[in-house]
Design a protein around this ligand. Structure first.
Ligand code: PAF
Length: 283
């Protein structure tokens, strides 16, 4: 596996693949890899001659400085995992490589970025689309792979690619879960043992809504609130139910597929950890 620290090195690696007539799949990450990331790599591995990965903790998508500072960094282990999974080249750039001195260009999906999770985390999705657009331009893949867990992120990226006519496919990959249902996330390692034991309440709430047979969106929301309320360590921060067709808020009778997105905080003060989960419910 070739380890590239600069844009020109990864471009040269991809150019060699292309010169040999090989297709390229891309997996972008912020490191602290877990089985969820490896599922993306494995999908890409199965579909392309070459797989390129990126590890970059993107400062522009973090709101609080503490969140950025506390973000886990496990480079040596990440590289071993990527190599073992058959990744051909990895880009691990410094911040100044991606955001050179004087950088002033942003990419934003103006509506989708600022609703739902985006309304709670101003600027977050703008940071994501800006860095992902840069990484697409740098690596020029045929397809890029994103987890369905970050449901709004996946839709935001699909919209950006469509609107800007970017020449690649975006593939969503189902969420990988721990045995107790907790969605895998790099943030899980920051949970105290007590909060870790409490965290599966998110997937339990989504399961309860999905299997309830509820015919109205308001009933799905009630079931989720009631389930989360059974866990005193969890504070529900966001609950959004949208029509999958256009991501507009869903209300009334469940006449078409909806996406449910929840976020909840575990722990208190500087040690709090915000976790998210998501589910599609079809009528
Ligand atoms: O999902 C992530 O890990 C990040 O948001 C991404 C897509 C790598 C952009 O920094």
């Amino acid at each position: 596996m070739q380890i590239c620290r600069t844009v020109s090195d990864i471009r040269a690696a991809v150019a060699r693949f292309r010169a040999a007539g090989e297709g390229v799949g891309l997996v972008t990450t912020m490191g602290a890899l877990h089985d969820g990331h490896m599922a993306l790599v494995s999908e890409a591995r199965g579909a392309h001659d070459r797989v390129v990965a990126t590890i970059f903790v993107n400062p522009t998508q973090f709101g609080e400085a503490a969140d950025l500072e506390n973000y886990p960094r496990t480079e040596a282990r990440d590289l071993e995992m990527l190599e073992a999974a058959g990744v051909d080249a990895v880009l691990i750039p410094e911040v100044s490589e991606i955001y050179p001195e004087g950088d002033e260009t942003i990419v934003e999906t103006t509506r989708l970025a600022n609703i739902l999770h985006g309304a709670v985390r101003p600027g977050h999705f703008r940071g994501v689309t800006t860095v992902v657009a840069k990484l697409f331009n740098i690596c020029q893949p045929d397809a890029a792979y994103f987890g369905e867990k970050d449901f709004q992120q996946l839709h935001v990226i699909k919209r950006m690619v469509r609107d800007l006519h970017m020449p690649l496919n975006i593939r969503g990959v189902p969420t990988v879960r721990e045995a107790d249902g907790l969605a895998m996330s790099s943030r899980n390692v920051r949970l105290t043992p007590e909060d870790r034991a409490a965290a599966p309440v998110l997937s339990r709430a989504l399961d309860a809504a999905q299997t309830s047979g509820a015919g109205r969106v308001e009933d799905l929301a009630r079931i989720i609130r009631e389930t989360i309320a059974t866990e005193p360590r969890a504070t529900l921060k966001g609950l959004d139910i949208v029509w999958l067709s256009d991501f507009s808020p869903a209300t009334g009778r469940l006449t078409a597929p909806v996406g449910i997105m929840i976020s909840a905080e575990f722990g208190r003060g500087d040690n709090h950890v915000l976790l998210i989960d998501q589910r599609e419910v079809h009528p």
